[in-house]
Design a protein around this ligand. Structure first.
Ligand SMILES: C[S@@+](CC[C@H](N)C(=O)[O-])C[C@H]1O[C@@H](n2cnc3c(N)ncnc32)[C@H](O)[C@@H]1O
Length: 284
């Protein structure tokens, strides 16, 4: 089964593991409002089993029992199910392309609204804030950074990242065409890098779930990178529609390397701005 679409299996023939997984996901919705039922099935199953093993349990049903009766376990499961991997200036050539192909269009807008949907712990958001600062656009920009996972949104808000990653991020920044010394943007404090507060003065951090929440503004740019790969086909279609409704005419949509607008419900509404970097421009 590749996604959360309805499965037609005769009574008694469905693998027990599939039934257990459905019941766990149903329990999550009813207990916590978190809906993973439309996520790509294979990777979801793998992450659920990771949690089963890390708790030294024998089955998904045993995990369900724990999750429903022990609230911290619910939180632990959410952390297993929402993949939060991210880095600053991830895919440096994407940021270089953004600087060259998107920034010039933004100069004609009196005010620039940007949405990072699925921002995780914020590394991508601070990267864009730096890019906009260097382009002279930050002062008239407002960045909305959202994720369904409240704890990663809190970490993003803090602007504090492990110092040990700064060497890698500096290299990414330089490859992305960064114009200053990367260390100008943070202060090292023991094993942490604390990013300048001026970088986050125009950023609004909030919890938003792409499965269940609607559009909340109209944006010049939407970045939804490395989020839709975790969704099944039907959920992807819903989210593509939501992103489309939230994007202004001639606005830019940025996806992750493993994602594409090809063969999606909104494919015909967009031109390719840079196909390699998954940058698309909405038509009139
Ligand atoms: C792999 S991270 C991508 C972070 C960043 N965009 C990047 O490319 O580096 C995926 C993020 O999507 C978030 N996510 C997953 N499902 C979501 C949903 N239904 N609504 C909002 N965010 C979601 C996860 O919590 C996670 O933080």
């Amino acid at each position: 089964m590749s996604d959360g679409a309805a499965r037609a299996v005769a009574v008694g023939e469905e693998p027990i593991e599939d039934i257990e997984l459905d019941l766990l996901l149903e329990g999550l919705v009813r207990r916590d409002g978190l809906d993973f039922r439309g996520y790509a099935r294979q990777s979801l199953r793998r992450r659920v089993w990771n949690m089963v093993h890390s708790q030294r349990l024998g089955s998904i049903s045993a995990l369900q029992e724990k999750v429903l009766h022990d609230p911290p376990m619910m939180e632990e499961l959410l952390q297993h199910l929402s993949v939060n991997t991210t880095t600053m200036f991830r895919d440096p050539s994407f940021f270089e392309a953004f600087r060259q192909k998107v920034v010039p269009h933004l100069f004609s807008a009196p005010f620039v609204r940007i949405w990072h949907a699925g921002c995780s712990t914020g590394e991508e958001v601070y990267s864009l804030a730096i890019l906009l600062t260097e382009a002279g656009l930050y002062e008239r920009s407002r960045i909305y950074a959202t994720d369904m996972n409240a704890s990663v949104v809190e970490r993003a808000k803090s602007g504090i990242f492990p110092l040990e990653h700064m060497r890698e991020y500096t290299a990414n920044y330089q490859r992305a065409g960064g114009k200053a010394a990367f260390s100008d943007y943070y202060t090292a404090n023991y094993d942490h890098a604390i990013f300048k507060t001026s970088l986050r003065k125009n950023i609004v951090f909030a919890q938003h779930n792409l499965v269940s929440d609607g559009t909340f503004n109209e944006f010049n740019v939407i970045l939804c990178r490395n989020v839709l790969i975790y969704f099944g086909t039907d959920l992807q279609a819903r989210v593509y529609r939501l992103l489309h409704q939230s994007l202004r005419r001639f606005g830019t949509l940025a996806l992750g390397r493993g994602e594409t607008l090809r063969h999606t419900v909104i494919e015909n509404e967009y031109d390719e701005l840079d196909i390699q970097e998954r940058l698309y421009r909405r038509r009139a």
